[in-house]
Design a binder for this molecule. Structure first.
Ligand SMILES: [Fe+2]
Length: 168
């Protein structure tokens, strides 16, 4: 039985606009797994075009999220924005490359290995660079005023995030 990726509250950065996006990306991916995973496809051949289409849409949702994130970084004057932008570009290139291979092999079932590749791709972003940004965000004097967001609890604890990740 394939493990389903679900949102973990420990992954929250306590920045609503980003948490909502991250949660949405994870939920969308879970739907794709439910629709195209090995269990769903048992006894039938699957649909390569529909699967690649759904993953392409997921990539577009991620791209839009990266843009929103960069706008927020710009609004608060995040000093590592260039590095983060580069990481977004690399992530998108990585995703496009994955899809290119899977399209070429006419993948019609998202097996466990492939699900894990996408899951790692999503979580590397949320638990890696984004948690670094959240730390810097909460070091600002009045981050939610600067970013026009509501005040939230203290920055997430990196140790907890890492523990959450190990517990996947
Ligand atoms: Fe993000």
């Amino acid at each position: 039985m394939t493990r389903q990726l679900t949102w973990h509250e420990e992954w929250s950065l306590h920045i609503d606009i980003l948490d909502t996006d991250h949660r949405g990306i994870i939920e969308r991916f879970a739907e794709i797994c439910a629709r195209f995973g090995p269990e769903a496809s048992e006894g039938r051949s699957g649909d390569a075009l529909a699967l690649i289409g759904a993953l392409t849409d997921l990539g577009e949702v991620a791209r839009e999220h990266f843009e929103r994130e960069e706008e927020l970084m710009q609004a608060v004057g995040y000093e590592d924005i260039a590095e983060h932008r580069t990481e977004h570009a690399l992530l998108m290139a990585e995703f496009t490359d994955m899809l290119r291979h899977w399209r070429a092999e006419q993948m019609h079932i998202l097996d466990q290995d492939k699900q894990e590749s996408v899951r790692d791709w999503i979580l590397d972003h949320i638990l890696g660079a984004d948690s670094e940004f959240a730390k810097a965000f909460f070091e600002l004097d009045d981050p939610f005023d600067v970013a026009q967001h509501r005040r939230a609890p203290a920055a997430p604890d990196r140790t907890k995030l890492n523990a959450a990740r190990r517990g996947l």
